[in-house]
Write a protein that binds this ligand. Sequence first.
Ligand code: ZN
Length: 298
Amino acid sequence: MKIRNWIALLTLFVSSFFLSTLAYSATVKVPETVKQGGIYVVGFAGDENISHVRGVFGKKNVHFNPTPYPGTYSALFGVDVAEEVGPELFRVVVTTKDGLVYLVDKEIMVAEADFGVQRIRVPKKWVNYDSETEKRIQLETERIDEVLRGKTEVRLWNTPFIRPAAGRISAGFGLKRYINGIFTNTHSGIDIVAYLGTPVLSANSGVVQFVEETFIWGKIVIVDHGQGLFSTYCHLSKILVEVGEAVESGHEIGLVGGTGRVTGVHLHYGITLNSNVVNPLEAEKISLDKNCCIFISR
Ligand SMILES: [Zn+2]
């Protein structure tokens, strides 16, 4: 690889990464430490004999994109809000044009993020479900998880992520939730307070992959932005899109409501990346430079 390509790659990333050269003469740039709920960029520089690069972080697939510089790739990856704290393996699987496969392993330290605690009280019917409701919740959760595993290999967005509705955030991302005094879950998104019927906009361009009225999430829309990145909009009063519909950034996909398990009218907005639940506010830091290389501005 030409020296100017190396220099070009090095300028693509802005934060504190560490470098190491490997036997396979490849360089992987990973963040030394990541936080629960965060979104990060990984850079890979090999040679021009590579046919394909993919990554695995915490058993979940990471999509690498070639950059304009031959032999170099970059990828976005998410750290789940409940990711175990401590060292985690980031594996890069390199396939060469000769069909050889190389594994390049790096260790990333996962640090705890303290998002705080929220205690809420809801009517008993929202926590003590009959077996039929339990079954419904389980099936709906499984179907949503299946959608979020993602099959779209290409990136469907090229502008920054926007906030889907204006308003105060009444419950932040990652709150440890105690419902009626019992630890129930970790808040998987942000709650935006808005009037009933306020338009909900798609955070970026993509394809609608899930539209339904579910028990917990009420009327929900899931938009696929490609390569394992999804945005989710819950408790809508009205859904304005259909499965399979392509949407642009800012497309009106529904109206704010109070359907499902809620204590009031609001928009629950979530982002998942590689099936990891990440902070939607982190998605707003993702950008593309003039060469369409992804970077995070922190
Ligand atoms: Zn919420």
